[in-house]
Structures are given as C-alpha cells and as structure tokens.
Design a protein around this ligand. Structure first.
Ligand SMILES: C[S@@+](CC[C@H](N)C(=O)[O-])C[C@H]1O[C@@H](n2cnc3c(N)ncnc32)[C@H](O)[C@@H]1O
Length: 220
C-alpha cells in the first residue's frame, strides 16, 4: 500500500531523512515542534499523559526532594509527574519550541526546563542526578550516534542513583521492512547503558514484548 503523506509518522520520516542527509541527527525536531505549535504538524509520540510504566513506578517511589533529570522531555508530562511525586526535577529537550510549548502548557511548573543536547550535555550534569529518566529519546537518534547518547544518559547518574530506560524493542519489529525514525533498541544496546560504574538492575520486555523497560544504578 502506498504511504499516506499526511500520516504523522511518514511526515516525521521525511523530515528526519532531510536532517540526516545534512549530518544533523536531531535537526528535524525543532522544525517539527514549531510546525506543531503553528497547527501545521502532529507530534507522533504525543499522548498528553505520562508514560504508564513511569507513573506506576513513581507511585511506589516518591522523590522526597531527590534530584531527577528527564531526557528529551518533549511536552513535559513525565517531568511534571516526577515533580508532583516529590522530585526536584530538571528536564531538557534539544528543541526550543518544545520547551516553549511545555512552559505554555504548564505555566506554574516547578520543573526546571531548558534546551540542551543529549549529544553534548552541560558538563555539570555529570553524576549529578539521583534519578535519570530516558523514554523514547535515544531511539529517536540514528544508530551512528547511539553510543554517545547512551554514554550521556549513564553519565548523568549520581553515585547511588538510578536510571530508568524505556524504548521500543528492535526484536519486536521486522527490520527488513522498517524505516526509522524511530530506530528501536536491541537487547545489547539496552545492556550498554551499563558502563563506567553503572550496572543493570533489571532488563524487561513489557507490553507483550514490544518495549524494553530497564533500570540501572551507579554504586554509592
Ligand atoms: C520521540 S520524542 C519522545 C519525547 C518524550 N520523551 C516522550 O516520551 O513523549 C523524542 C524527543 O527527544 C528530543 N530530542 C531529540 N534529539 C535530542 C537531543 N540530541 N538532545 C535532547 N533532546 C533530543 C526530541 O526533540 C523529542 O522531544
């Protein structure tokens, strides 16, 4: 069946192809968020609510003032959830329009939102967060920068801290017909968040095997 050019996933793929050809793996997000803000595009990942598994996890793990960082925060639902759960929460996205949109959505937020690049994050974030949440951002970057992205996520975790990682499982898709984005993560890639003093606590396939949910800790 021919692709529907108005399908948000097809449109995202077209934008990604152009950015990747220009050597800018994250370069399609800002124009997409700006177009969405103008009502000219749809964000394929936006659900208007936090990740289900994160919401369940946060119910059992209140923050009590611990420092949390949300990677690629998009429209902010996961960051808002953590702030409501008692975490002193920072969140970032590469797209200034995403941060603008999130501040419009949550004008009274307690979250410290900012633009930053996972591929070149602020050095002061190294080993600085008790909780790091990475949901569907690493998979939105092509495989050739995956090691850098994963290294950044693990590097944010403070001694005694925890990283939560969720991604579509590459094992659940037919790679022969798949055209990213996203570029789902395989088991070896998920395991590779365990590096430089960070160890895996659990790696699970959830949602009938379609997603990875993994937890990593850095020794205190
Ligand atoms: C698929 S969306 C997921 C958004 C959000 N985590 C969620 O689960 O709804 C990927 C997000 O990562 C952001 N992103 C892409 N490349 C990035 C980078 N290099 N640094 C920071 N954020 C990035 C995008 O702007 C987008 O908001």
């Amino acid at each position: 069946m021919p692709e529907d050019p108005s399908d948000p996933d097809v449109e995202a793929r077209r934008r990604a192809e152009t950015a990747l050809a220009a050597g800018d793996p994250s370069g399609w997000f800002e124009p997409l968020y700006a177009a969405a803000e103008a009502g000219d595009a749809v964000l394929p990942w936006f659900r208007g609510e936090p990740c289900l598994e994160l919401a369940a996890w946060a119910r059992d793990n209140p923050g009590d003032g611990k420092r949390a960082l949300v990677v690629g925060c998009g429209m902010g639902d996961d960051a808002e959830l953590l702030a409501e759960s008692g975490y002193d929460t920072a969140a970032f996205d590469v797209s200034p329009s995403a941060i603008k949109a999130v501040l419009n959505r949550f004008p009274d937020t307690r979250v410290a939102y900012r633009t930053a690049d996972l591929l070149d994050p602020p050095p002061e974030w190294r080993h600085a967060f008790d909780l790091v949440v990475e949901i569907l951002t690493v998979q939105s970057l092509p495989k050739n920068v995956r090691g850098t992205a994963i290294g950044s996520v693990s590097g944010f975790v403070a001694p005694g801290g925890l990283a939560l990682v969720s991604a579509v499982a590459e094992e659940s898709i037919d790679l022969t017909t798949w055209a990213g984005p996203p570029w789902p993560l395989n088991g070896a890639e998920v395991e590779s968040f365990a590096r430089d003093g960070v160890a895996a606590r659990s790696l699970d396939r959830i949602r009938d095997g379609r997603r990875w949910w993994a937890e990593f800790t850095r020794e205190a």
